[in-house]
Design a protein around this ligand. Structure first.
Ligand code: MN
Ligand code: MN
Length: 294
């Protein structure tokens, strides 16, 4: 890996770690989702990074991909289990990290399960190690706490302006002879639950990404394509769009989704309504891995 690339990853990681830790204080009962995510996204930009995706605030049985809509008035409630998932990029080099801010004292171990699984998994990481060994450690650690890993949410490789590349890092044991390679950048993200151990799509989509540009007549749709293109394919939220009318935004988004221009990141819910915790770090694979979001 070139020095400039490594420096950008380290810088993105440092910002991501700072805002992740700050979010432990930012998330409190009674505060609006919108205020929380806007504060975190502003911190990222003020620190010299860019959000690599809209800050996700996924609460209780919502596992991932939730971010407030333009007119959202939802507030954090007592006893909520709040996952804050943050992506920061510097010149396209992405750090992806998450924390569970737990306001529910009945689920302290659920959070520990995800955090310990991440910690134990990182201990295994080095070039040449079987990826399946990393996954097995995650599964066994979470089960050791009496919870289930979510088997259809995974960690992933990262590349420049690319949030999900090879390898996929499952949270459960699997059969493969794939080994980790030196200088691969990977995000490891265990999810633990007291539910069934799977997520399913909800009916909501608040995060989108450009699949391919196509000619469109609608002026707002064209604006959205240009906006998405300016992010180099990284995901965006409805609330980021430079269009005032929510009605026009929704109409244009629907057209773009139907035409296959935009990818939908459906809000993911634990299929049996279980509570969900998450922990995540981004690492550069080396004999002594660099945890850029530590
Ligand atoms: Mn993440
Ligand atoms: Mn991730």
């Amino acid at each position: 890996m070139e020095k400039e690339t490594a420096d950008n990853y380290v810088k993105a990681g440092k910002i991501a770690a700072e805002v992740r830790e700050a979010s432990r204080d930012i998330v409190t009962a009674g505060k609006g989702y919108m205020e929380i995510v806007e504060k975190i996204e502003k911190m990222i930009r003020d620190s010299g990074g860019e959000p690599a995706f809209p800050v996700n605030i996924s609460v209780n049985d919502i596992a991932a991909h939730h971010t407030p809509t333009k007119n959202d008035t939802t507030i954090v409630k007592d006893n909520d289990i709040v996952k804050i998932d943050v992506g920061v990029h510097v010149d396209g080099y992405i750090a992806d990290t998450a924390v569970t801010v737990n306001l529910n004292k009945d689920y302290i171990d659920l959070v520990k399960a995800a955090e310990s699984a991440l910690e134990e998994a990182i201990k295994v990481v080095k070039p040449g190690v079987l990826l399946s060994d990393v996954s097995t450690v995650i599964e066994e650690t979470i089960k050791g706490f009496g919870y289930k890993p979510i088997d259809n949410l995974t960690g992933h490789g990262l590349n420049r302006f690319d949030l999900h590349t090879e390898p996929t890092v499952p949270n459960v044991s699997f059969a493969s002879d794939y080994t980790l390679k030196e200088n691969q950048v990977i995000a490891i993200e265990p999810f633990a639950t007291d539910g069934g151990g799977h997520v399913k799509d909800s009916e909501n989509v608040f995060i989108f990404g450009l699949i391919e540009k196509k000619p469109v007549r609608n002026a707002e749709a064209r604006k959205i394509i240009d906006f998405a293109d300016s992010l180099n394919g990284l995901p965006f939220a409805e609330r980021w769009l430079p269009i005032d009318s929510l009605f026009k935004i929704r109409l244009a988004l629907r057209e773009l989704r139907e035409r296959g221009v935009l990818h939908d990141y459906y809000v993911l819910r634990e299929a049996k309504g279980g509570m969900v915790s998450q922990a995540e770090h981004t690492l550069i694979v080396k004999d002594k891995p660099i945890i850029i979001t530590k």
